[in-house]
Design a protein around this ligand. Structure first.
Ligand code: DX5
Ligand code: ZN
Length: 221
């Protein structure tokens, strides 16, 4: 496996009382990106953090920050997240009335626009917008909560997206989120994922974050 595998720890599993220290520790441990989960209590039945927390951590890390918007009509907030220092803006296709317009809103800010698919949403919904999309986030659990069990039946969706991109001759970064740990990472890497988001799999790894990141990254070998 000679593809570069990126690890993006989900801050949802960090110690929020020591968030700054956790961000710096996970950067020092070898993370490639940070994953920042935003929930609105409508698109998913949970609430998390938003712009003021992003503003607080932006100055203390050099890592790109990916905002996972589990929010109805996420494009409404693109400008505010971009101004707060977000690098990647990941929007659920199920949350956007007009996906092309939402992608346009995100791109207009200079952020990379990415799209995410819930477990019941097929890869085929991306076919019409494939030329506009550089990155897709495949949910391996129902979004809304950390620490859930990985759904292996989602693995073929990763392969399908990789095949669709190859057939269209476009580059597509495939990220995966939910239940990614050392024992599930090999399957997603072998299916074609290149960015692995992991919350509890990194922050709660028994031998520490650095060992967790390395173990997840090398799981496809
Ligand atoms: C769930 C979030 C995930 C979550 C992953 O809705 O999108 O990013 O933090 O947590 P783990 O890796 O613990 O399943
Ligand atoms: Zn997430």
């Amino acid at each position: 496996m000679d593809r570069l595998i990126k690890i993006s720890p989900s801050l949802l599993a960090a110690d929020f009382a020591r968030l700054g220290e956790s961000v710096q520790a996970v950067e020092a441990a070898g993370a490639n990106e940070l994953h920042f989960d935003v929930m609105d209590g409508r698109f998913v039945p949970n609430l998390t953090v938003g712009i003021p927390v992003l503003e607080a951590i932006r100055p203390i890390t050099k890592l790109p920050i990916d905002i996972h918007m589990m929010v109805v009509e996420p494009g409404r907030f693109a400008r505010q997240f971009a101004d707060a220092g977000a690098d990647i803006f990941t929007m659920h296709v199920e949350a956007c009335d007009d996906l092309e317009a939402s992608l346009g809103d995100a791109r207009a800010t200079g952020m990379q626009a990415a799209v995410s698919l819930k477990p019941d949403t097929p890869a085929s919904v991306l076919q019409p917008v494939l030329p506009l999309v550089e990155r897709v986030l495949v949910m391996m659990v129902e979004p809304g909560f950390g620490g859930q069990s990985f759904m292996p039946e989602m693995l073929p969706k990763i392969t399908e997206l990789a095949d669709m991109a190859r057939a269209a001759g476009t580059e597509l970064e495939i990220a995966v989120d939910g239940g990614i740990k050392v024992d599930t990472a090999g399957g997603v890497i072998n299916a074609g994922a290149t960015t692995l988001i992991s919350g509890t799999g990194v922050f709660n790894y028994a031998e520490g974050m650095q060992a967790g990141i390395e173990a997840i990254r090398s799981a496809g070998n």
